[in-house]
Design a binder for this molecule. Structure first.
Ligand SMILES: [Zn+2]
Ligand SMILES: [Zn+2]
Length: 296
């Protein structure tokens, strides 16, 4: 059991709940107001981190290319992002890392590769937000006229192309993100329905020594699990994959390190004993049990 509960009686006789142990979290997927949909500033995250037992944060602003996509959004520029990061973190009370979440698209490989070769990131998440030239989170356009299986197959085929095309990312973010959209009821995907494409994706990740992210935003979206599902994480583990990062995908300080204990429980059940923390693009492995300490 990773988490222990304890009820205590105060001097006044009130019974209060106090956890016996706490976890010191490392959140490696955080958006600030630099991202188009971020609601909190970098400073605000750093101010609240200690209260949420967060000892390290990796900022991972969105970098999506909108060429040929119906969208008013613009790709962020890295230089201003770097300047804000340096200024906000120069006297930070916790350790921070400079990361990015790239919306990978097979057709944008030249532009994405030239960006990642120029800047020194600690950590790069590769994600799929735009699939077949359509932002899948917007207006249901991607899903129009498709059955759920057709839509998910198209999405996972695009993920497979990304993983075949790119080397310059460290983990794949929220791998089954598509389940949030399409109005199919936000249900958990059935691994066996997509086994051949998922097996390819996971085998390639392991062969290329790439990691998977466990992204706890799934809980915020009303799912009972983090992205991706336990079955996908289990298969990655069974194929020999051991590079797992934990991220909240926070867009507001209230979401920082949300549901991390559930993520640790899921990982432990599968057999993972460590998480990876990236610095200068190198994974450092930290035992999950070492994140736990006795509460005061
Ligand atoms: Zn994302
Ligand atoms: Zn994100």
């Amino acid at each position: 059991m990773l988490y222990s509960r304890c009820w205590k009686t105060t001097k006044g006789g009130d019974i209060i709940y106090k956890p016996k142990f706490i976890y010191n979290h490392i959140d490696q997927h955080v958006h600030t107001t630099i991202s188009h949909d971020g609601k909190s500033t970098m400073r605000e995250y750093l101010e609240i981190a200690a209260r949420k037992n967060v000892q390290e944060i990796t900022f991972t602003e969105h970098y999506d290319i909108y060429d040929g996509v119906k969208s008013d959004l613009k790709t962020i520029e890295i230089n201003p992002y770097w300047r804000v990061y340096k200024e906000a973190t120069k006297d930070a009370p916790i350790k921070t890392h400079f990361g990015i979440e790239i919306g990978l698209r097979p057709e944008c490989s030249t532009e994405i590769k030239s960006m990642t070769h120029v800047y020194d990131f600690d950590f790069i998440i590769g994600s799929s937000h735009i699939t077949c030239g359509i932002d899948i989170s917007k207006n249901n356009v991607f899903f129009k006229g498709k059955t759920m299986q057709n839509a998910y197959w198209a999405y996972f085929n695009d993920v497979r192309k990304n993983i075949d095309t790119y080397e310059d990312f460290d983990v794949y973010g929220h791998l089954d993100y598509i389940v949030r959209y399409g109005g199919y009821g936000c249900t958990e995907i059935k691994y066996s329905d997509y086994a051949s494409v998922l097996d390819d994706i996971l085998r390639t990740l392991v062969r290329k020594r790439k990691g998977l992210e466990i992204n706890t935003s799934g809980f915020r979206y009303g799912l009972n699990y983090a992205h991706p599902t336990t079955a996908i994480l289990q298969k990655y583990y069974d194929l020999g994959g051991r590079i797992i990062t934990v991220g909240s995908d926070a867009h507001h300080v209230d979401q920082l390190a949300g549901n991390f204990k559930e993520a640790y429980r899921t990982l432990a059940k599968i057999g993972f004993t460590s998480i990876a923390v990236f610095e200068y693009r190198d994974p450092h492995f930290i035992e999950i049990k070492s994140l736990k300490s006795r509460a005061n």
